[in-house]
Write a protein that binds this ligand. Structure first.
Ligand SMILES: [Zn+2]
Length: 83
């Protein structure tokens, strides 16, 4: 929903990853004094798109689950070891 406050429901670490990813992909425009003159789509979404932020969080957690599952294995004694 546009023009409403976005609430991030992730952990502090997830928030730091999100901030880093947004900064890495930021295409905002700034004037000579450092004032932002236009916002990039990533920053607009961060500020105005709750569904987008929630979707990123769900996707990131799902990715982490899949990574852990991929690294789960049986050890040399036949015991299941979670990644
Ligand atoms: Zn930006």
């Amino acid at each position: 929903m546009a023009n409403s406050m976005v609430v991030f429901h992730g952990t502090e670490a997830e928030g730091l990853f999100l901030i880093d990813a947004i900064a890495h992909n930021c295409t905002c425009a700034y004037d000579m004094t450092g004032q932002r003159t236009s916002s990039c789509p990533a920053h607009d979404a961060l500020l105005h798109e709750q569904r987008f932020i929630d979707g990123l969080l769900v996707s990131r957690r799902r990715r982490d689950e899949l990574n852990h599952q991929e690294h789960d294995r049986f050890d040399s004694c036949g015991i299941w070891v979670q990644g």
